[in-house]
Ligand binder design. Structure first.
Ligand SMILES: Nc1ncnc2c1ncn2[C@@H]1O[C@H](COP(=O)(O)OP(=O)(O)OP(=O)(O)O)[C@@H](O)[C@H]1O
Ligand SMILES: [Mg+2]
Length: 463
């Protein structure tokens, strides 16, 4: 017995009562529509539907192209019904090839059509869960499920409970700013301002006045009083981004502020008490900066009471794929055609590449690939990572590690994350397997692998 909730969007000028009743008998709810606008109205947001596009029912070519926007809807599995003659038309062939799971040509049997649409519906349900908040990925959400990211999420929650200064270090594009915002939003200061300042981007001679503000007449051109960023953050969080690039003279004034909790505007004589929580971040190696005398040790120790390290993307194991799929969901509307996901060579390249630009680079590559891709799946070439499809490990130790990782991954996928069964197949104890999972940062693979073959899980793990 088929579930009674499946929806069929039947696009036609000439509905077949016989076909509609056959669908109903198989548990479908049938909506007969004629235009692209009706399709968009009929398909309920967030739920999956089957679509039958009856091109043989007196639609003109200029009308058919208007359906292209509906054919890209991620939650509808389409089947086209055409005449053999219509398929001579190149643009119609392209439409069918790019967007439909299947097509039937006249004379078709009702049974064949119902089966095909059922299959298309099933494919959409399998591969691309109906979009909801967590899969479409609200901007600002931190996605991650590897051990390193789970540890990061725990740290964020813990440091959010306190008022102590936090120092975030990590390579470029790893998510330092996202982390700072996450801490603020989970802290008691969440309703007060979060004020970022990029210490590296402001010319050194303007930095003092940006940070602390000035009084009217403090210098030529100071026509009115200006509140500095530190004061603007009163009650909230001040995010000192790229703190490693802060010039030495500003370091002295910042240290004074941290010691006294008061600011003095340039040209002012008053000390104004300010209550801010300080979060700072940098990709600079601070130990070297201190040894070389570019950064004051006393300031560093004030700023770095609690430390958070952002893991580089290359150390996040399966998360690389998770993030790539997440970004594809978020930006798939930019695609000119319906994209099914990533090809196996793209997945291999995602893992082999070393990601110097980390998550930011991943986002850019996926976005570019979405626009440039000419097939149904994003390939390594679309990601401009063709040369990373096959990487020969440089040392024997690396080769062993990669083989061990792959064997574990495959065993877990085959046994849907069940440790006992996977361990048995690998000929090791459960305890050893667990230890290896920890060592490879693969603990997220344990347990609920409901999505073999790996499309986006129903709910993306996130903070
Ligand atoms: N875990 C994550 N999940 C989803 N998006 C992420 C994640 N980490 C980072 N991003 C995204 O990657 C981009 C870069 O993040 P962010 O600006 O926080 O990095 P950063 O470490 O401050 O980079 P930089 O050193 O270049 O300033 C942003 O678009 C951010 O939303
Ligand atoms: Mg940043």
């Amino acid at each position: 017995m088929e579930p009674a909730t499946r929806q069929l969007v039947y696009v036609t000028r000439n509905p077949s009562p016989e076909l509609s009743s056959r669908f109903r008998d198989r548990g479908w709810h049938v909506d007969v529509v004629e235009s692209a606008r009706d399709v968009r109205r009929a398909v309920r947001a967030g739920s999956t539907a089957g679509g039958l596009l009856d091109l043989a029912s007196r639609f003109q070519p200029h009308e058919i192209v208007t359906f292209e926007s509906c054919l890209t809807m991620p939650n509808v599995g389409w089947v086209a019904a055409t005449t053999a003659g219509q398929l001579q038309d190149a643009s119609l062939r392209r439409l069918v090839r790019d967007y439909c799971f299947d097509y039937v040509t006249m004379p078709w049997t009702g049974e064949r059509v119902v089966d095909s649409v059922g299959h298309a519906f099933g494919m959409v349900e399998l591969g691309e869960p109906a979009s909801n908040e967590s899969t479409t990925g609200a901007e600002g959400e931190m996605v991650g499920s590897c051990d390193a990211m789970l540890a990061l999420f725990r740290s964020i929650r813990k440091v959010a409970m306190t008022d102590a200064p936090v120092f975030i270090s990590g390579e470029s594009g790893t998510g330092k700013e996202l982390t700072a915002v996450a801490i603020h939003e989970r802290s008691a200061r969440r309703n007060a301002p979060f004020v970022p300042i990029n210490c590296g981007a402001i010319p050194p001679h303007l930095l003092q006045s940006e940070l602390f503000g000035y009084e009217r007449g403090a210098f030529t051109g100071a026509n009115q009083r200006k509140i500095g960023r530190v004061e603007a953050a009163n009650g909230g969080t001040l995010f000192l981004d790229e703190i490693g690039d802060l010039p030495l003279e500003s370091q002295a004034s910042l240290l004074r502020f941290l010691q006294e909790g008061k600011v003095e505007r340039l040209g002012g004589h008053q000390s104004i008490p300010v209550d801010v929580r300080i979060i700072s971040a940098t990709h600079v190696d601070m130990q070297t900066a201190m040894i070389e005398g570019r950064f004051r040790q006393d300031l560093y120790h004030r700023l770095c009471v609690l430390q958070i390290d952002e893991p580089p993307l290359r150390a996040r194991g399966k998360d690389i794929e998770l993030l790539a799929r997440h970004m594809l969901e978020r930006f798939r509307k930019d695609a000119s055609r319906r994209l099914r996901g990533f090809s196996p060579d793209a997945i291999a390249a995602l893992h082999n590449y070393s990601w110097p630009g980390n998550v930011r680079e991943l986002i850019n590559r996926v976005r570019r690939a979405i626009v440039m891709s000419e097939g149904r799946a994003i390939t390594a070439r679309d990601l401009e990572l063709s040369e990373y499809v096959e990487i020969v490990p440089v040392s024997l130790a690396q080769a062993r590690e990669a083989a061990e990782r792959q064997a574990i991954e495959l065993a877990l996928l085959r046994h849907r994350g069940r440790l006992g069964d996977a361990a048995q197949e690998l000929g090791i104890s459960r305890v050893t397997l667990y230890r290896l999972l920890c060592a490879h940062g693969m603990r997220h693979m344990e347990g609920d692998l409901g999505h073999q073959g790996g499309d986006l899980p129903a709910s993306v793990p996130h903070l």
